[in-house]
Design a protein around this ligand. Sequence first.
Ligand code: SF4
Length: 422
Amino acid sequence: MKTLIDKVKSGRKSKKLVKAARDVDMDISLAHSRVADGRLVLFENILIGEGAPTRVNVNVGTSSSASDAGDITEACIEEIGKARIARELGADTITDLSMAGDLDEMRQRVHSAAQLPLTTIPIYQAVSENGIESLEVDAIIDVAQKQLHEACSLVLYAGFTREMLPALRKRTMPMVSKGGSMTLAHMIHTNNENPFHEWFDEFIKLLRKEDGVLVLGNTLRSGCVVDFAKFNLSKDSPELLEFEVNRKLANRANEEGVQVIVEGLGGHIPPSSIASAVRTFKKRCPRPLFVAGPLPTDLAVGYDHIAAAIGSAMASGAGADYICCITAAEHLSLPTAEELRNGLIATRIAAHVGDLMKYGLSADEQKMAVERSRSNWESQFSLALDGGLRARARFSPSGGGCTMCGSFCALRTVERYFSSHL
Ligand code: SF4
């Protein structure tokens, strides 16, 4: 079977790609050439990468703590509700991280509630069903195959290898990726190489057969800003070592006709390093770059949705293509539906700010300026990133303005004096 990359490389047009390009006002031939080069990915029905808007992913899924507490049915319902919120509040993609309950059913229900392109992480289900130590690569491949029936993309942790272990020992927090920690534990227990790396060609065959998108996971993201600063992308920094392997694997996957998104620079990064690090990664590998965060400080615990929005706006503005919703519950607990709602809006604001930095002011910014100057409240609300949900609920009119300044509304005062004296 020919994959999308095979088709566009042979000069054929894809109807789905034509529609996705029109949706973002991208020249159709340019979209085809960027997909052929791997700079742009067609992710089910949306474009991610060069020239496309910054895309937002939301993670949902049951935690193993739900089954420990014996409330698995309620936990599943809660996660499915979050998938619905993701769609309603404008997420572009959804990732199912479930590790408790009937995982096949959860994946299908999350997908059906969200109606968004779905990503899955095969090692989560493989470990949940087999344990870490007795995990066999065949079990991961079987899960990956099964998941690709619903999912359009898989996260594989193939860029981390045994030779990177010494660099991790120099960190305060050696590794903070959950999927990465499972992979690492399996490697240490079996004394083998990373199975995703060793069996990469098998996964590629599978992705090729289903024309799925490969997401090369970022297991070596820093868990605190000081760990990033210790190496600061020197040649022995864990982030760069993993990224370099992922870069080569991405080239191999593209040569085999598989579309690729590369994860990198998530985690915790000092604010002064974010933009330059993103530019370095994009220069070395111009494929779509996915970042989770990065958090520019570790001290905003309890408010990490705000810290992450600041970090991801900086990353997106410097060239990151795809960012992940982080909630206030980060590092603390599974988020509530309300925390997810607030985290998603914060992430969408970050994506929009990033796009303003990348592409300049949008037409909606111009329209908003006019509507605000005229105090056209309903028009302002309909332009808001959340469709005006919060603004309509908070608006309190007073004297032609709002209760902030009451009868001393600056807009009305200036209008009155401008029109009568100038
Ligand atoms: S009252 Fe003050 S805050 Fe409200 S619209 Fe007028 S100037 Fe703006």
